[in-house]
Design a protein around this ligand. Structure first.
Ligand code: SAM
Length: 216
């Protein structure tokens, strides 16, 4: 088994992206496993797709505090929780159905804090601490402004914004490239440097991913 570390705690085994499985024999999403590693499927996770598309960097590190907007049932959340090891991931989800599926995952993986809440109303979960990264995947037309508002409230100085853009949610008549560039302008105008961005096809059609760093 040849293991290559692409970024801290993110590995490639047999051309598959994997992370370490934190809870032995726990595999809620039925991913492939390779000894102590578990697959991170780029068809199910936009960050995994961005890595497969060779995004320049993944700024997530051990011990990070992360605010994750649009956690759904916790697929990507569970992988990021492995990368940060003893860090914490606050996972916000507003659909009760998804949230109910997230709960058992968070009971097993102890560094996930599930929050039933609306990412448009950061004041409703303002008890959380300041974070190193705001990660947003809410698939809404106003997804960029939702992410920026959460950064204003929770992101530490020089923290990172990681945002998945569902381009079709914004405008079906424009290309994913064009929409992403418009969203990038909004992120820049809000005081961020763009580190890198990728359109995510063929893994995630009509999606892109932006990584930015707060500069003020
Ligand atoms: C594309 S899915 C997220 C997939 C997930 N990030 C993953 O990779 O495993 C988008 C999720 O965002 C949630 N969502 C949409 N708008 C939201 C909002 N305003 N606040 C919180 N969650 C929201 C939806 O209920 C849905 O579960």
């Amino acid at each position: 088994m040849r293991i290559k570390e692409l970024f801290k705690n993110i590995f490639m085994i047999n051309k598959k992206l994997v992370v370490l499985n934190q809870v032995k024999d726990y595999n809620p999403f039925r991913d492939d496993t390779f000894k102590e590693y578990i697959e991170w499927n780029p068809n199910r996770s936009k960050l995994a797709a961005a890595i497969m598309k060779k995004i320049k960097t993944v700024p997530i590190k051990q011990g990070d505090k992360i605010l994750y907007l649009g956690a759904a049932h916790g697929y990507t959340v569970s992988k990021i929780s492995s990368i940060i090891e003893n860090g914490i991931i606050y996972a916000v989800e507003f659909s009760e159905r998804c949230f109910n599926e997230l709960i058992p995952v968070s009971e097993k993986i102890k560094n996930i804090v599930p929050i039933l809440g609306d990412a448009r109303k950061p004041e409703t979960y303002d008890w959380i601490e300041k974070v190193d990264i705001v990660y947003s995947d809410v698939a809404q037309p106003d997804q960029t402004s939702i992410a920026i508002r959460n950064c204003r409230t929770f992101l530490k100085e020089n923290g990172f914004l990681m945002i998945a853009i569902k381009t079709r949610s914004i405008d079906v008549t424009k290309s994913p490239n064009q929409i992403t560039k418009e969203e990038i302008e909004k992120v820049k105008n809000a005081g961020f440097d763009i580190i890198d961005w990728k359109v995510l096809d063929p893994y995630e059609k009509d999606h892109s991913f932006i990584i930015a760093k707060m500069i003020k």
